[in-house]
Design a protein around this ligand. Structure first.
Ligand code: ZN
Length: 470
């Protein structure tokens, strides 16, 4: 595949995230994983650390922003989905099964569980639970898709949402929604290095067709007007802050409420592509079904309350599918399956023992510090083909070369990748001992992790030996 036209699925395949939809060889690289055939992504050796790191960073980030971080079960009795209306309106997209004569479902959405959490906590602590109440989950959901429509990471049957639900009083709604937009911006910029500006973002404001109220759109005119006013105000704030284009679409809302959708515009080899990103949706359906309005009125004496569904990236798998294509298979340092690739360049001479010893202790030192490291021995003559292979497949974020000169001069030749410029840079790290060499590389890593640390606190470290990938 090196040098050829790679699709996002090929890139995702390199990271063992994707499931190929057809009868082609199901595994791009046999090292990476197995084909499950069920239309669900497999996160194994490459994708595993990536998924873990994203979930940990997003959990920390949301906790810092005042969300309760929860994890709800994949299955539930269909009773829950009867209350939520899913069985009535969404049944054909759900997986249902029987346990000892009782019907269960695989959750297609996290919302019913999140509302249950609010109601349970409220029952225990009465009105002590502050509003807005915000609950976040890195939530795995499953929805039926016909096998013909499954495609890489873009259309799968099981995916993960960076999902949250917010219960907010009407008078706090504008600030609450605007904070969600800020959160999306922070995650895109600091975690993924994507610029959010008038050039790169578009906002769609989808509203009801008031003539179809009670038919295609549920809720009262008052509810719709109140919620649309909130979203319109936030949209116009975003518009004046960033010069972002806002499209107002009448009749395009979900049946249960109006919404804001965020579309990212990226240039790829001269072609403008649009990515569906996060969404903020009001809901007049679930609060009624779960008697939320009454419960909030009783406990807080508040008449006007909204429930908001929101996701910043949407489906993590779909986002990664598009992101990997955009970045030519590269991930930021904190998420890269291989963070350091250490290459010993042997000469066949006396220095080889020193070269091997130094490069091995650097690889081990970095692993001990919690980095994912691959180690390879090469020679001067094989080096360029080895490097080509590594760059086209495993894509370590930082390459560290250890040859004769490095050993004698006490200076490492280090090549960190610049994700924004999409090219390797060069840096020299001076050292007097293997320990100092590792420390120098750790300092480089701290610089590469800085924006993530700002976002979520300590960057997650999931150490690992990924030498088999080089
Ligand atoms: Zn929801």
């Amino acid at each position: 595949m090196a040098g050829g036209e790679k699709t996002h699925i090929d890139y995702a395949y390199d990271l063992d995230l994707a499931v190929k939809p057809d009868s082609r060889v199901p595994v791009f690289n046999r090292e990476f994983g197995t084909f499950t055939g069920a239309g669900v992504p497999l996160f194994s050796l490459g994708g595993g650390p990536l998924r873990y790191a994203i979930s940990e960073m997003l959990a920390k980030f949301h906790a810092r922003r005042g969300y309760y971080v929860v994890e709800t079960p994949i299955i539930a009795s269909t009773e829950l989905f009867k209350v939520s209306g899913h069985i009535e309106f969404y049944r054909e997209n759900m997986y249902l099964f029987d346990i000892e004569g009782h019907e269960f479902a695989v959750k297609p959405m996290n919302c019913p569980y999140h509302i249950l959490i609010f109601l349970n906590e409220l029952a225990k602590y009465r009105s002590k639970l502050p509003l807005p109440f915000k609950v976040f989950e890195f939530g795995r959901v499953h929805r039926y898709e016909p096998s013909g429509s499954i495609y890489g990471l873009l259309r799968v049957r099981g995916f993960t949402q960076d999902d949250a639900h917010i219960i907010t009083p009407g008078d706090a709604a504008v600030d609450t929604v605007y904070r969600v937009f800020e959160e999306m911006r922070m995650v895109l910029e600091k975690l993924f290095g994507l610029e959010v500006s008038g050039e790169t973002l578009k906002v769609r404001l989808s509203m009801a067709d008031m003539a179809l109220l009670g038919k295609e759109f549920m809720g009262t005119r008052e509810e719709w007007e109140g919620a649309e006013e909130v979203l319109a105000e936030v949209a116009s704030r975003i518009q004046s802050d960033l010069g972002v284009e806002v499209l107002r679409l009448e009749g395009e809302a979900a049946f249960y409420g109006p919404k804001l959708d965020f579309i990212m515009i990226v240039e790829e080899s001269g072609i403008r592509r649009e990515w569906q990103m996060g969404t903020i949706q009001f809901d007049f359906n679930l609060p009624r079904r779960f008697r939320l309005y009454d419960v909030v009125e009783e406990n807080y004496g508040i008449g006007e309350v909204y429930i908001i569904h929101r996701a910043l990236l949407g489906s993590i798998e779909r986002f990664l599918g598009a992101y990997l294509e955009h970045r030519k298979g590269r991930l930021p340092f904190s998420l890269a399956p291989i963070q350091f690739g250490v290459v010993a360049i042997k000469t066949g001479g006396k220095a080889d023992r020193d070269i091997e010893e130094l490069s091995r202790s650097i690889a081990e030192g970095l692993r001990a510090a919690g980095f994912r490291v691959a180690y390879k021995e090469s020679t001067k003559t094989r080096l360029s083909s080895d490097v080509r292979f590594v760059e086209s497949t495993a894509k370590p974020y930082v390459m560290v070369y250890v040859g004769e000169r490095e050993v004698t001069e006490g200076r490492l030749d280090v090549r960190p990748y610049n994700l924004l410029e999409m090219r390797r840079e060069r840096e020299l790290v001076e050292f007097r001992s293997p320990r100092e060499a590792v420390e120098g590389l750790e300092r480089l890593a701290s610089r590469l992790e800085a924006s993530v640390v700002e976002l979520a606190g300590q960057a997650p470290r999931i150490p690992g030996d990924y030498s088999h990938m080089l």
